[in-house]
Design a protein around this ligand. Structure first.
Ligand SMILES: [Zn+2]
Length: 215
Protein backbone atom coordinates (compact mmCIF):
# COMPACT_ATOMS: atom_id res chain seq x y z
CA UNK A 1 0.00 0.00 0.00
CA UNK A 2 1.24 3.50 -0.71
CA UNK A 3 0.82 6.19 1.94
CA UNK A 4 -2.45 7.53 0.50
CA UNK A 5 -4.06 4.06 0.37
CA UNK A 6 -2.68 3.38 3.83
CA UNK A 7 -4.16 6.63 5.19
CA UNK A 8 -7.57 5.90 3.66
CA UNK A 9 -7.43 2.33 5.02
CA UNK A 10 -6.49 3.52 8.51
CA UNK A 11 -9.24 6.13 8.66
CA UNK A 12 -11.93 3.90 7.13
CA UNK A 13 -11.26 1.19 9.71
CA UNK A 14 -10.94 3.52 12.68
CA UNK A 15 -13.68 4.05 15.28
CA UNK A 16 -13.04 7.73 14.61
CA UNK A 17 -14.19 7.36 10.99
CA UNK A 18 -17.51 9.16 11.53
CA UNK A 19 -16.12 12.11 13.52
CA UNK A 20 -13.43 12.49 10.87
CA UNK A 21 -16.00 12.54 8.04
CA UNK A 22 -18.01 15.08 10.00
CA UNK A 23 -15.03 17.38 10.58
CA UNK A 24 -13.73 17.05 7.02
CA UNK A 25 -17.21 17.85 5.61
CA UNK A 26 -17.38 20.93 7.83
CA UNK A 27 -13.94 21.91 6.64
CA UNK A 28 -14.90 21.57 2.95
CA UNK A 29 -18.09 23.59 3.54
CA UNK A 30 -16.05 26.33 5.23
CA UNK A 31 -13.63 26.48 2.30
CA UNK A 32 -16.60 26.68 -0.11
CA UNK A 33 -18.16 29.42 2.04
CA UNK A 34 -14.91 31.36 1.98
CA UNK A 35 -14.96 31.44 -1.83
CA UNK A 36 -18.70 32.08 -2.14
CA UNK A 37 -19.26 35.05 0.18
CA UNK A 38 -18.21 38.55 -0.84
CA UNK A 39 -18.24 40.33 2.55
CA UNK A 40 -14.73 40.50 4.12
CA UNK A 41 -15.90 39.78 7.68
CA UNK A 42 -17.97 36.77 6.64
CA UNK A 43 -15.03 35.52 4.59
CA UNK A 44 -12.83 35.78 7.63
CA UNK A 45 -15.34 33.75 9.66
CA UNK A 46 -15.29 30.92 7.11
CA UNK A 47 -11.51 31.05 7.13
CA UNK A 48 -11.52 30.66 10.93
CA UNK A 49 -13.94 27.72 10.75
CA UNK A 50 -11.72 26.03 8.17
CA UNK A 51 -8.63 26.54 10.34
CA UNK A 52 -10.29 25.33 13.54
CA UNK A 53 -11.74 22.25 11.83
CA UNK A 54 -8.37 21.47 10.23
CA UNK A 55 -6.79 21.66 13.70
CA UNK A 56 -9.49 19.44 15.24
CA UNK A 57 -8.94 16.94 12.47
CA UNK A 58 -5.21 16.60 13.20
CA UNK A 59 -5.61 14.64 16.49
CA UNK A 60 -8.51 12.65 14.97
CA UNK A 61 -6.20 11.59 12.14
CA UNK A 62 -3.41 10.92 14.61
CA UNK A 63 -5.51 8.55 16.72
CA UNK A 64 -6.85 6.88 13.57
CA UNK A 65 -3.37 6.01 12.37
CA UNK A 66 -1.55 2.80 13.02
CA UNK A 67 0.50 2.60 9.84
CA UNK A 68 3.28 4.59 8.21
CA UNK A 69 1.55 7.98 8.07
CA UNK A 70 1.68 8.01 11.88
CA UNK A 71 5.32 9.12 11.86
CA UNK A 72 4.51 12.10 9.61
CA UNK A 73 1.91 13.16 12.12
CA UNK A 74 4.40 12.86 14.99
CA UNK A 75 6.69 15.26 13.12
CA UNK A 76 3.72 17.54 12.54
CA UNK A 77 2.81 17.61 16.24
CA UNK A 78 6.43 18.42 17.14
CA UNK A 79 6.36 21.30 14.66
CA UNK A 80 2.92 22.46 15.89
CA UNK A 81 4.11 22.61 19.51
CA UNK A 82 7.08 24.83 18.61
CA UNK A 83 5.01 27.04 16.27
CA UNK A 84 2.34 27.40 18.97
CA UNK A 85 4.91 28.56 21.56
CA UNK A 86 6.31 31.14 19.14
CA UNK A 87 2.79 32.38 18.35
CA UNK A 88 2.11 32.84 22.07
CA UNK A 89 5.41 34.49 22.97
CA UNK A 90 6.07 36.79 19.99
CA UNK A 91 3.34 39.47 20.55
CA UNK A 92 4.17 40.25 24.23
CA UNK A 93 7.88 40.32 23.36
CA UNK A 94 7.28 42.85 20.56
CA UNK A 95 5.02 44.93 22.80
CA UNK A 96 7.81 45.10 25.37
CA UNK A 97 10.22 46.23 22.64
CA UNK A 98 7.79 49.01 21.55
CA UNK A 99 7.39 50.20 25.14
CA UNK A 100 11.15 50.46 25.60
CA UNK A 101 11.96 51.94 22.19
CA UNK A 102 9.14 54.47 21.69
CA UNK A 103 6.76 54.44 24.64
CA UNK A 104 2.99 54.51 24.16
CA UNK A 105 -0.24 55.26 26.01
CA UNK A 106 -3.91 54.57 25.46
CA UNK A 107 -5.75 57.29 23.53
CA UNK A 108 -9.48 57.74 24.15
CA UNK A 109 -9.99 60.15 21.24
CA UNK A 110 -8.68 57.60 18.78
CA UNK A 111 -10.77 54.88 20.45
CA UNK A 112 -13.90 57.02 20.04
CA UNK A 113 -13.08 57.84 16.42
CA UNK A 114 -13.16 54.19 15.38
CA UNK A 115 -15.37 52.72 18.11
CA UNK A 116 -12.99 50.16 19.54
CA UNK A 117 -11.01 49.91 22.78
CA UNK A 118 -7.27 49.49 23.21
CA UNK A 119 -5.97 52.02 20.70
CA UNK A 120 -2.49 53.22 21.70
CA UNK A 121 -0.65 56.34 20.66
CA UNK A 122 2.96 55.55 19.83
CA UNK A 123 5.54 58.25 20.60
CA UNK A 124 7.29 58.62 17.26
CA UNK A 125 7.14 61.20 14.48
CA UNK A 126 7.26 58.48 11.80
CA UNK A 127 3.76 57.72 10.48
CA UNK A 128 3.02 54.19 11.70
CA UNK A 129 -0.15 52.18 12.23
CA UNK A 130 -0.31 48.49 13.01
CA UNK A 131 -2.06 45.91 15.11
CA UNK A 132 -0.57 43.62 17.68
CA UNK A 133 -3.00 40.96 18.85
CA UNK A 134 -6.06 43.01 19.84
CA UNK A 135 -4.17 46.29 20.32
CA UNK A 136 -3.96 49.00 17.66
CA UNK A 137 -0.92 51.27 17.61
CA UNK A 138 -0.99 54.62 15.79
CA UNK A 139 1.95 57.00 15.92
CA UNK A 140 1.95 60.75 16.55
CA UNK A 141 3.50 61.12 13.09
CA UNK A 142 0.44 59.47 11.54
CA UNK A 143 -1.91 61.83 13.37
CA UNK A 144 0.08 64.86 12.18
CA UNK A 145 0.10 63.59 8.60
CA UNK A 146 -3.59 62.74 8.10
CA UNK A 147 -6.95 64.51 8.14
CA UNK A 148 -9.57 63.03 10.45
CA UNK A 149 -11.43 61.02 7.78
CA UNK A 150 -8.12 59.63 6.48
CA UNK A 151 -7.09 58.68 10.01
CA UNK A 152 -10.46 56.96 10.44
CA UNK A 153 -9.80 54.93 7.28
CA UNK A 154 -6.39 53.85 8.61
CA UNK A 155 -7.91 52.95 11.99
CA UNK A 156 -10.69 50.98 10.27
CA UNK A 157 -8.08 49.01 8.34
CA UNK A 158 -6.38 48.17 11.64
CA UNK A 159 -9.73 47.38 13.27
CA UNK A 160 -10.17 44.67 10.66
CA UNK A 161 -6.85 43.19 11.78
CA UNK A 162 -8.11 43.23 15.39
CA UNK A 163 -11.16 41.24 14.29
CA UNK A 164 -8.82 38.95 12.41
CA UNK A 165 -6.94 38.47 15.71
CA UNK A 166 -10.10 37.99 17.75
CA UNK A 167 -8.39 35.38 19.79
CA UNK A 168 -4.63 35.74 20.04
CA UNK A 169 -3.99 32.79 17.75
CA UNK A 170 -6.87 32.68 15.33
CA UNK A 171 -5.32 34.61 12.49
CA UNK A 172 -2.00 32.79 12.95
CA UNK A 173 -3.55 29.35 12.87
CA UNK A 174 -2.42 29.13 9.26
CA UNK A 175 1.03 28.29 10.61
CA UNK A 176 -0.49 25.19 12.17
CA UNK A 177 -2.96 24.29 9.42
CA UNK A 178 -1.05 25.53 6.35
CA UNK A 179 -4.28 26.88 4.90
CA UNK A 180 -3.13 29.52 2.45
CA UNK A 181 -4.53 32.98 3.03
CA UNK A 182 -1.78 35.32 1.92
CA UNK A 183 -0.97 38.54 3.72
CA UNK A 184 -1.83 40.37 0.46
CA UNK A 185 -5.31 38.85 0.53
CA UNK A 186 -5.77 39.90 4.18
CA UNK A 187 -4.66 43.46 3.34
CA UNK A 188 -7.20 43.65 0.50
CA UNK A 189 -9.95 42.46 2.87
CA UNK A 190 -8.87 45.04 5.48
CA UNK A 191 -8.97 47.78 2.83
CA UNK A 192 -12.46 46.72 1.70
CA UNK A 193 -13.61 46.92 5.31
CA UNK A 194 -11.98 50.38 5.73
CA UNK A 195 -13.67 51.63 2.54
CA UNK A 196 -17.01 50.56 4.00
CA UNK A 197 -16.35 52.56 7.19
CA UNK A 198 -14.56 55.71 6.00
CA UNK A 199 -15.05 55.73 2.22
CA UNK A 200 -12.75 54.80 -0.63
CA UNK A 201 -11.65 58.39 -1.18
CA UNK A 202 -10.41 58.89 2.40
CA UNK A 203 -8.56 55.57 2.33
CA UNK A 204 -6.85 56.38 -0.97
CA UNK A 205 -5.82 59.85 0.21
CA UNK A 206 -4.36 58.35 3.39
CA UNK A 207 -2.43 55.75 1.39
CA UNK A 208 -1.03 58.35 -1.01
CA UNK A 209 0.15 60.56 1.87
CA UNK A 210 1.84 57.64 3.64
CA UNK A 211 3.48 56.45 0.41
CA UNK A 212 4.65 59.98 -0.36
CA UNK A 213 6.14 60.31 3.13
CA UNK A 214 8.21 57.16 2.78
CA UNK A 215 9.14 57.72 -0.90
ZN1 LIG B 1 -2.99 45.81 7.14
Amino acid sequence: MNTVECTVYCIANSPLFLPSVFVISGFLLSVAGYFLVKNSIERLRFYWFANILALINAPILYFSMNCSMGSFLKIYFGYATIAFLILVLAPPAYRYHLKRTYGFQRDEDLEKLIGIERVYLLNTSLPKAFTLGRDIFVSMGMIDLLEEDELKAVLAHEKFHVMENRTPFLSRLKYLTFLPLSQDRIEIMADEYAEGIAGKDALNRAKRKIEKFYA
